[in-house]
Design a protein around this ligand. Structure first.
Ligand SMILES: [Zn+2]
Length: 291
């Protein structure tokens, strides 16, 4: 028998350890063998989030993402912010004044997206981020949702996505759809969503089924839950959580956690030199159209 050197032994052990790890990594895109990912996001810092969404999430041991001014504004008190934090949910950015297009009659004069320039939006995003940080959010990984899904400012409607990219880790739009990161390059500042108040419970659960089949990343966007505007009933919200809880194949992750996973996979692709990059991965990241 040829004696093995310590280095050879170590290499053999390393190979034994490395091979199963690589095999497991090839099994699927999502972590821990999960087939797909769902993120539960809640916009606008609403009282019904505190009354219904947070207690239901806590009871189901699921974590949501709450896009808000980051502190006690809109309609939350500081106590409300503390409750969201205490549940381990993600507190995330949504500006301070929630500017939307001037065409909406509820937009206050001087507070429309058309009234903003880069300086004003930059200051507001900085304030939003500072509130988040003051409430325990790690600055480097804070995420954002565009108010009303609009990504433009000024009378010329130019994009403010670059200002968001300078400050935030990822951003959700209001564009309806499903991102499928295993088979397409996802722009992490243009993440699609499913409006949770749309149609009925069956439709919502069908989207979960579709996301599972496609190994996608389904990002629910809720506003009111059992109250407030664009509401889903508390019962239907509960049913969605129950379906997710009972599904062993789903990874329910905060928007930040899911975005971090997708980003880490993109970085692996970008640093792999053994295979030529696909034309998709070579194309520059496109900004969302400013409409
Ligand atoms: Zn909003």
């Amino acid at each position: 028998m040829i004696p093995t050197t310590p280095i050879q032994s170590m290499l053999q052990i390393a190979i034994l350890i490395a091979v199963p790890t690589l095999a497991a990594a090839d099994d699927g895109y999502w972590p821990n063998g999960k087939a797909f990912c769902v993120s539960l996001t809640y916009d606008d810092g609403l009282p019904s989030h505190i009354d219904h969404a947070v207690p239901q999430l806590n009871a189901a041991n699921l974590k949501g993402t709450f896009f808000s001014p980051g502190g006690a504004t809109y309609r939350w008190s500081q106590d409300d912010v503390e409750q969201v934090r205490a549940g381990g949910h993600e507190l995330a950015g949504h500006t301070i004044k929630h500017p939307c297009a001037r065409k909406f009659d509820w937009v206050k004069p001087g507070n429309a997206l058309e009234d903003y320039d880069d300086d004003r939006m930059a200051k507001e995003l900085d304030e939003n981020l500072a509130n988040l940080v003051a409430n325990g959010v790690q600055r480097e990984i804070a995420t954002f949702a565009y108010p009303c899904g609009s990504t433009y400012i000024g009378e010329d409607k130019h994009t403010y996505v670059p200002l968001v990219k300078e400050r935030f880790f990822a951003a959700r739009t209001t564009k309806p759809g499903l991102d499928i990161p295993p088979s397409e390059t996802v722009d992490l500042f243009d993440v699609k969503t499913l409006a949770g108040h749309e149609r009925d419970l069956k439709y919502q659960l069908d989207q979960v089924t579709d996301a599972r089949a496609k190994q996608g990343w389904l990002v629910f966007m809720f506003h009111g839950v059992g109250g407030d505007h664009l509401a889903i009933s508390a019962e239907d919200h509960q049913e969605i959580l129950r379906a997710l809880q009972e599904d062993d194949s789903v990874w329910v992750a905060t928007f930040q956690e899911a975005a971090a996973w997708v980003k880490s996979k993109q970085e692996v692709v970008n640093t792999t030199t053994t295979e030529p990059l696909s034309p998709e991965s070579l194309s520059p990241e496109s900004l969302s159209p400013g409409e």
